[in-house]
Design a protein around this ligand. Structure first.
Ligand SMILES: O=P(O)(O)OC[C@@H](O)[C@@H](O)c1c[nH]c2ccccc12
Length: 262
């Protein structure tokens, strides 16, 4: 069994429990259901966009504890002030130390920044959870879902006016895309082995539909990485650990974007 299988099995149990505690109807009472979303697709294509999507993540299966003292409102607000194009908030508690409250807090602190709910989505119920806690977009990991499941989850997202980011890591997974997908993310990290290779982005990027907004995810740590991927046609760059492993992730992000703009 791979770590991804393990995470997904745990997620199925969590979702079954959550459904017993909070019904879909109850989730719909959240005031966040009434807000209009901030489009990541739009901010990534805007003139002068940094393209940086900064992630809030305190631990991970590949690195263990990354940051013990970070505070989500402080970090996410600093990310926005630094000029990010979007923010990614981990909501998986078991493996990534995340929480729904982190998402809701980041939302309230950053009313105009696009925010991704980063989790392992397997059930339409989770799309409602994302909406109820203030997300603008959801992540669908192609390695975990069939083409049919991806379509069903994409349809639910569209019903709730959420954007859909699909993560791919292999050529075969590109076949699972559908017309409701807003953004494709190429994960440089193999979720089965944790190995990171930027060439994954370059190779799969060339196989994606030309007009598809695309981002490169994981293992990015230098301005050179970003320039390289920009030349390969990428519009966005998802960075977590590089900022979160520092004492002041917001400041690290600010300095990075300043360097990028030089
Ligand atoms: O911390 P990094 O190497 O900069 O990576 C960020 C992000 O890409 C990574 O956290 C990630 C990519 N896809 C995921 C799917 C689930 C959880 C986490 C992820």
């Amino acid at each position: 069994m791979t770590i991804l299988d393990e995470i997904n099995n745990n997620k199925r149990r969590e979702v079954a429990e959550a459904k017993k505690l909070v019904s879909l109807e109850q989730l719909k009472f959240s005031p966040f259901f009434k807000r209009k979303i901030n489009s990541l697709k739009t901010t990534l294509k805007a003139a002068g966009a940094s393209g940086i999507i900064a992630e809030y993540k305190t631990k991970s299966p590949s690195k263990g504890v990354i940051n013990e003292q970070a505070e989500v409102v402080e970090v996410s607000s600093a990310y926005t002030a630094a000029g990010v194009s979007g923010i990614s908030i981990l909501t998986d508690r078991q493996y990534f130390g995340g929480a729904f409250e982190d998402l809701a807090k980041a939302r309230s602190a950053n009313p105009t920044t696009p925010i991704l709910r980063k989790d392992f989505m397997l059930d339409p119920y989770q799309v409602y959870e994302a909406k109820a806690h203030g997300a603008d977009l959801i992540l669908l990991i192609a390695a975990s879902l069939s083409k049919e499941e991806m379509l069903e989850l994409s349809e639910t997202a569209k019903e709730l006016d959420l954007e859909v980011l699909v993560e791919v890591h292999t050529e075969e997974e590109i076949e699972k895309l559908n017309s409701l997908v807003d953004i494709v993310g190429v994960n440089n990290r193999n979720l089965k082995t944790f190995e990171v290779d930027l060439e994954t982005s370059v190779k799969l990027g060339s196989l994606l539909p030309q007009d598809m907004v695309r981002i490169s995810e994981s293992g990015l740590s230098s301005v050179e990485n970003i320039h390289y991927l920009c030349q390969a046609g990428f519009d966005g760059f998802l960075m977590g650990e590089n900022f979160m492993k520092t004492e002041n992730p917001g400041q690290a992000c600010k300095e990075f974007i300043e360097l990028l703009r030089k």
